[in-house]
Design a binder for this molecule. Sequence first.
Ligand SMILES: [Fe+2]
Ligand SMILES: [Fe+2]
Length: 170
Amino acid sequence: MGKPDIFEVLKKEHRKVQDLISQIKDRQPGEMRQEIFRDLDEDLKAHSKAEERLIYPILLSAPEKEGRVFGFSAEEEHKIVENILNEMEENSVESDEWNGLFHVLSESVHQHIDEEESKGFVLLRKMCDKDRRAELADEFVSLKDSLLKEDASDSSRKEPRTRDYRITPQ
Ligand SMILES: [Fe+2]
Ligand SMILES: [Fe+2]
């Protein structure tokens, strides 16, 4: 049994995100959809940020154009997903807007995950040996953990918008 590598960690994270999305899909209005969405929102944002800080810089410095282009396009997809999540936060989970946004979110996230696990993993594997991949796994887990803690202490769960007001320059 070797140490877990970054691919195992990312796959596990992706399965969690996909599971939260299907849970929301499977539930009727009122059945904890708001709570599950909150988990998804936090988890996905921290996951994406950790990838942007730790994984994408490796791809963006790839010797082949393919790796760099992949890095930029994946980063762009994160921005799209983050914007959708922000818009969803502003709407009630029972609204038509929210449900429309959820549909786009679900499609975008599934496609993004598929591309990361196929093309992205192949490109990353070329650039990182076994030891580096194990190191990245540890680094990813602790970075994501601290991002989640930061987010929890930075925002009041009952008033999610205070976060947004705080970052608006006065
Ligand atoms: Fe990603
Ligand atoms: Fe990912």
